[in-house]
Ligand binder design. Structure first.
Ligand SMILES: [Zn+2]
Ligand SMILES: [Zn+2]
Length: 500
């Protein structure tokens, strides 16, 4: 409970619970507990309490360190320095894992890996928490190479049957785009618990495999495993990515009635997406208005995205207006709105959205894509990107364009929300970051190896059709992960069957 409080930012509650436990209960105190309490001290800026506690901890004879506390107050370098200089405390795996955890939470995976390397140098055996934390980070950043290396170490340390470690491995392969590896990792778990099943369901959802996700859900029930709130988020997401409206609505209905789980705002948002993506915009709007609590920005953003997909200008304007109040800095919402106008060629309105953005100092999120080649991440933006192989990439892009044109590619100029001449639009689209990444990878990847491209924002309609054909003319599988889901391109078509 203390750990739960500390991890969710309820530091005062964590400390109060610890105090109560300390005074009233006859419970033994271990290092994990003290680490959580120190985290709460750091997070709640209870620096003095932390210091007292630390002195006390040393007296108790625990080799715990205070670096966790430094990390929580944002001074992670002091934390790791302390760990480095203190030889007695620096041999504790709990301390190391806490520090790794903090770096992972702060999205500083490189530093987390440096700490991990240090730990190996000192011959300290990592435990299941260390691996879970690091592999989760690899999953979120889709760092496949690192993830694979960690997976090998998991085997070496005999932790491959640990239920938490194996669940994050399933998740990691899924998030890195390797669906088969993920399923294989799941099948190797001798007794999968609900975390593992949830991971697998999440992977299917992410890859747009709605029916498979529902299948996993049914199998969970057969195994008499309790579905959780997370199970239903995965399930509803899966239905949404596959257009399974009827199934999704019935699962939402059963949550409370059958499984006694009260749906949270995330569940409702998934349903808004489910209805909107299937073109049921009126139902989606009614659903938002009938939600038992204030709809969040995510729900309105989903509706707005669906309005753009189905060119519903009126409803889109309404959603954008509400979003502007909820999240004034949300540049994505403005971009979606200007896309709706651009599609109708209302350039005056496009300019006006852009002007308000400029006046209110809202910056457009730049799109970029990245691809792993030779153990290195190569990042490409739309403009001003530089790369030692720029010339080669430009040539490859041009040759790909002529090949796909021959195969029937027609530019979808609606994908450029700018008032430009046709040729200019073609030029702009031709240099979208996902296309540059797709062109770069085959120059250096062995023949037959699939190309895995990641993008920070949604792939555009034109790139989607272009990459379909690139997969055909190149004879390669191309896996693209954008901020919403995975697309698996092969032989001229995509796994999403153009529903996304
Ligand atoms: Zn594009
Ligand atoms: Zn697709």
């Amino acid at each position: 409970m203390i750990d739960g409080y500390a991890k969710n930012g309820c530091y005062k509650e964590a400390l109060m619970t610890f105090r109560k436990m300390w005074l009233n209960e006859d419970v033994s105190i271990d290092q994990h507990l003290l680490c959580s309490v120190l985290c709460a001290c750091g997070g709640g800026n209870a620096y003095n309490v932390g210091r007292c506690l630390h002195t006390f901890v040393v007296k108790l004879g625990f080799e715990l360190n205070v670096s966790v506390m430094y990390c929580k107050i944002g001074d992670m370098d002091s934390g790791s320095r302390l760990l480095e200089t203190d030889s007695t405390r620096g041999t504790n795996i709990v301390s190391y894992t806490s520090l790794i955890d903090e770096y992972v939470e702060a999205d500083q995976i490189d530093k987390a890996l440096t700490i991990f390397a240090d730990l190996k140098r000192k011959n300290i055996e990592p435990n299941e928490f260390t691996f879970s934390s690091l592999i989760k980070a690899c999953a979120n950043q889709a760092s496949l190479e690192q993830g694979v290396q960690l997976h090998a170490l998991v085997f070496k340390c005999n932790l491959n049957q640990d239920p938490f470690v194996s669940s994050v491995i399933v998740d990691m392969y899924g998030k890195c785009g390797l669906l088969d590896h993920s399923i294989r990792a799941f099948n190797k778990i001798s007794k999968a618990n609900e975390y593992a099943w949830n991971s697998l369901m999440g992977v299917f959802a992410h890859h747009g495999l709605g029916h498979e996700a529902i299948d996993v859900f049914n199998k969970m029930l057969v195994q008499e495993l309790e579905p959780s709130a997370v199970t239903f988020i995965n399930l509803l997401n899966a239905c949404s990515h596959s257009g399974l409206v009827k199934e999704g609505l019935s699962h939402l209905d059963s949550m409370e009635k059958v499984y006694k789980i009260t749906p949270r705002s995330e569940h409702y948002s998934c349903v808004v997406d489910l209805l909107g993506q299937a073109g049921k915009l009126e139902e989606a709007e009614n659903f938002i208005n009938k939600m038992p609590f204030e709809p969040n920005a995510y729900a309105w953003c989903s509706l707005l995205a669906s309005c753009r997909k189905y060119s519903d200008q009126k409803r889109g304007e309404l959603a954008a207006e509400i979003l502007k109040k909820l999240e004034p800095e949300n540049s994505g919402a403005r971009a979606l709105l200007s896309n709706i106008y651009a599609k109708e060629q209302q350039w005056e309105d496009v300019r006006s959205v852009r002007k308000t953005m400029k006046d209110e100092n809202v910056k457009k999120l730049p799109g970029y894509s990245w691809v792993d080649v030779d153990n290195k991440v190569h990042v490409f933006g739309v403009e001003d990107w530089c790369h030692p192989h720029k010339k080669e990439i430009d040539l490859k892009l041009d040759s790909l364009l002529s090949k796909i044109v021959e195969a029937g590619y027609v530019t979808d100029t609606d994908s450029v929300p700018l008032d430009l001449e046709y040729d200019m639009k073609v030029k702009v689209l031709h240099r979208h970051s996902e296309r540059i990444a797709t062109a770069y990878a085959p120059i250096h990847l062995p023949i037959g190896k699939p190309i895995i491209v990641k993008k920070n924002i949604r792939v555009c309609v034109d790139c989607h059709s272009a990459i379909k054909l690139i997969s055909k003319v190149e004879g390669r599988k191309i896996i693209l992960r954008d901020n919403s889901r995975f697309h698996h391109f092969a032989d001229g078509s995509c796994s999403c069957k153009d529903f996304w």
